[in-house]
Design a protein. Structure first.
Length: 149
């Protein structure tokens, strides 16, 4: 049986995910808008350090997943979420944080090339936002964790 808290958390996460899809990097099918991340230069084929963006996708819980490929062709993921002072990511990207998603739960060592690409991506987004560019409104890592409870 689905409890009230779980139901409300799922509804909240779904609403956040829908908003992220409409405000992030992909093209909104209703308006044709390419979104602030695409306008900020975050789209497939963009390069950050020695790595190249392969794809962007909104996750069910509201983050934006950025899949990159390193110089050896190995794919890896970073996630964009709102900056969270309690749980900082690999690098701050203005109002956003970049988290390396190596599925290690914080215990797995980061591949240096992947970390450098994540920092280059964060620096790029921070510069764009400082110059007046808009970045999407995303949940924080803490928000996402609360929605999963």
């Amino acid at each position: 049986m689905l409890g009230r808290r779980k139901f409300l958390g799922t509804v909240g996460a779904t609403a956040v995910a829908v908003a992220a899809v409409r405000s992030a990097g992909g093209t909104d099918p209703d308006t044709g808008d390419t979104g602030p991340l695409a306008e900020a230069g975050l789209k497939p084929k963009a390069r950050f350090g020695t790595c190249e963006v392969v794809s962007l996708a909104s996750t069910p819980d509201g983050a934006v997943n950025v899949r990159l490929s390193d110089s050896s062709g190995q794919a890896f993921d970073v996630e964009l979420l709102a900056y969270d002072a309690h749980v900082p990511g690999v690098a701050r990207a203005g109002s956003l944080s970049v988290y390396l998603n190596n599925r290690g739960g914080g215990t797995k060592a980061t591949v240096e090339e992947h970390g450098l690409a994540a920092m280059a991506l964060a620096s790029h987004l921070a510069r764009r936002e400082a110059a007046g560019g808009k970045l999407p409104a995303l949940p924080t890592l803490s928000d996402r964790a609360r929605a999963r409870v």
